[in-house]
Design a protein around this ligand. Sequence first.
Ligand code: H2B
Length: 95
Amino acid sequence: MVARLTEGHRRESLAAIPDWNWDEARDAITRRVTFKDFNEAFGFMARVALIAEKADHHPEWSNVWNRVEILLTTHDAGGLSQRDIVMAQAIDALL
Ligand code: H2B
């Protein structure tokens, strides 16, 4: 069972992923990425999808043409967990 990050741990973890913002209402992290066009955006989503499936940890996300908005939170923990931080770093590595 994965544990929800404590406030101190969360603050520490967020410092390592500066492109992500904490959504207090959801206890989640979000990031918006803009690409050249839809083709680039969807190619990125396809890569993230494979990583998510491998990690068994899936984003809540939306796509409008060249823009992708991603929200990460751990449903099993009822909020932000280390899995979200690891997933955010894996996503950042694609960009
Ligand atoms: N993704 C996210 N974001 N949070 C979860 O708690 C989660 C998940 N749980 N993907 C996984 C799937 C769980 O439902 C399966 C059964 O392992």
